[in-house]
Structures are given as C-alpha cells and as structure tokens.
Design a protein around this ligand. Structure first.
Ligand code: SAM
Ligand code: SF4
Length: 326
C-alpha cells in the first residue's frame, strides 16, 4: 500500500493523457495555446498502463483520465478500455470538455465507465465563446443531454470567475432540480499557463455558498464522502446536488488521496507542486517494477502537508492545468 509521510493512503490516480486541447479556456491556457509537447515527450499508452498497473498493485483503485482534452489524443478509447481491465482498478472516470463526447458515449457505456465530469462554465453561448474562445456551446450542451439519457453518473465542473459567469451560478444550480446531475463550483486557481495575470479570487467557496443561499435559504448540507474534494449540498426537492470545491483556498488537503501523473510522466504529489520526478525518464532508462514502486514510496515520503506548503517549494507554480492534468 502507498502512504505519504502524513499517514494519508493514496488511492486515486489522475492520469493526464495529453496536454493538447481544442478549446482555449482563458483560465487554463493562453489564446495561442501552449508550447505543446512533442509526441515522443508524452507517455505512450504502454507506459501509462504500466504505471497504472504498478500503482494498482500498491492499492490505487480509482483512475481519472484527464488532460488537456482526453478525446483529442488518438486512439484514446484503447487506453481507456485497457485501464479499465487492470486488476484492482474498480472505477474509471473521465474529465472532458464534451465537444466530441457524443460519438464515444456508446463505447464508454459498454466499457462500463463509472462517471464523467463535463466541464461547462456557463449556460449562455456568448459567454461560452468568451471563456473558451471557441464556438462549441451547442456541442457541449448536446453532450450534456446525451449524458443525461445515457444514465452515466455525471458531474458538471464550473469554474467560478468574477465578471465572467457569476450570473450562471443560480441557473447552473437549478439544473439539479430537473436533472440527476451533480454541479460542482470550482474556485479559480492560478494555473493558466501564463495566459493572464492571476489576482487572488473573491469568489471563494464561502461566497459561492452565500450567493446560493441568498436565492435558496433552505439549501441542505449533504454528507461529504471521505476524501471528497467538494463540500456537498442540495436544493429543496432537487433530483441532483451541487458541490463547492475550495481548490484555491485549499481547506480539503488533509484527506487528499490523489496521485497526479502529467502527460509527460512527471509525478505531482500535489496539484500545487512543480512536478517532482520524471517516471518517463526513469522507465526509459530501464527501471524495473520494483524500482518504480520504491520511487513512488520515496517521493510520497516527502510530500508537502498541504497545497500551501507545496506551492512554497514549487519552481513553477503557474503552469497550465492542461499540462498538470487537471
Ligand atoms: N479538457 C478537459 C476539461 O476541460 O474538462 C479536462 C482537462 S481540464 C484541465 C480539467 C478541469 O480543470 C476542468 O474542469 C477545468 O475547468 C479545470 N480548470 C482548468 N484550469 C483551471 C483553473 N485555472 N482553475 C480551476 N480549474 C481549472
Ligand atoms: Fe482545454 Fe480543459 Fe483547459 Fe479548457 S480547461 S482549455 S477544455 S484543457
């Protein structure tokens, strides 16, 4: 089993499968994109599967496929299917911008994907265009409705940003009245790849909740599953629920069970650390499974207590969520 030096067991792998994306969300990357990695710099499927298998042997039981946009990586369904058959992995989830999800849904359902997080920051086409710099709102809404019909557990990720989508908070909450969906409001973080100056947020978890309670005073607090990153609530008589993720104010680090592997195979023991070790180079230099296991143990034995401590040690705190594997 894999534990860190603060006694937290690691159970959940977030695997960034590409740093590329077909959108340009301004809070994630600059308009011109990033200095995207060459194919040879990115882990191959075989390398990703090997690391996942080794981690599964160490007690990791859940994997999230993310990026960049997972569905822009060629043959991604092959990787998803292979990961889902690894012994010990009993939950495979995907985070996607939803622009090309529909064509993959039947196969994802057949593979038995447990849940999909759809990123959708607003319910208005113009605002969507301003935020993502691409006119793909209709495709994403089609994906949302297809997800609702599919019966796959669905969460919506909405990054809350002053002057961009505050007017969407209540309509987004109200989606949960009609749909069995969990809407999660995420505090904006500084990881925008240098695309914009980051100013400390005013729309933090507390303010988001106060705003919702201003419209719905009888919001009910739901129990938060162990190691959940969201504080969970429900509107009266809603079919779904909503959560607030204090990603910037970082009040949730004490129960963090996550391992991040970036598309280039760097380990991040915390979202806010700079990337501590290249498993890509280690594997390509011939490391054995046992050496890889020991390296994971060593690195997690030196893990920051929380995101603030990790940020202090980080050499590159403002990279893009797409290269981190959000
Ligand atoms: N492209 C996919 C998508 O957008 O769902 C997966 C990768 S994306 C980096 C994963 C999640 O990170 C998305 O929900 C996105 O909204 C979120 N994200 C990206 N940049 C962020 C930032 N600076 N602060 C907070 N969340 C961010
Ligand atoms: Fe692409 Fe996701 Fe980043 Fe938006 S948040 S630019 S969809 S990787």
């Amino acid at each position: 089993m894999l534990y860190d030096n603060h006694g937290r067991q690691l159970r959940y792998l977030r695997l960034g499968v590409t740093d590329r994306c077909n959108l340009r969300c301004f809070y994630c990357m600059p308009e011109d994109g990033l200095n995207f990695s060459h194919r040879s710099q990115i882990l191959s499927f075989e390398e990703m599967e090997r690391l996942t298998r080794i981690l599964a042997e160490m007690g990791i039981n859940k994997v999230r496929i993310t990026g960049g946009e997972p569905f822009v990586r060629k043959n991604i369904m092959e990787l998803i299917e292979n990961i889902s058959t690894i012994d010990g992995i009993n939950s495979v989830n995907i985070t996607t911008n939803g622009t090309s999800l529909i064509e993959h849904l039947p196969k994802l359902k057949a593979i038995g994907i447990d849940a999909i997080n759809l990123s959708l920051d607003c319910l208005d086409r113009e605002r969507f265009l301003k935020i993502t710099r691409r006119d793909e709102f209709d495709q994403v809404m089609d994906s949302f409705h297809a997800l609702m019909d599919s019966g796959i557990t669905t969460k919506i990720n909405m990054v809350v940003m002053e002057e961009h989508n505050i007017e969407d908070i209540i309509p987004m909450c109200e989606l949960t009245l009609q749909h069995k969906v969990s809407v999660r409001f995420i505090e904006e973080m500084p990881f925008n790849g240098g695309g914009k100056k980051f100013t400390p947020i005013t729309w933090n978890a507390r303010q988001i909740l106060a705003h919702i309670q201003g419209h719905y005073p009888n919001v009910e607090k739901l129990p938060d599953p162990e190691s959940s990153t969201s504080l969970n609530y429900q509107l009266p008589n809603a079919k779904g629920s909503f959560g607030i993720i204090p990603a910037y104010t970082r009040t949730i680090c004490h129960s963090c069970d996550r391992i991040r592997l970036t598309p280039k195979g760097e380990l991040k023991t915390c979202l806010y650390d700079g990337g501590s070790f290249s498993f890509r180079d280690f594997m390509r230099a011939g490391a054995t499974d046992e050496e890889i296991r020991n390296q994971f143990r060593t690195l997690f034995n030196n893990r920051a207590k929380d995101g603030f401590e990790a940020q202090q040690k980080s050499s590159n705190p403002f990279e893009s969520m797409a290269t981190i594997g959000g």
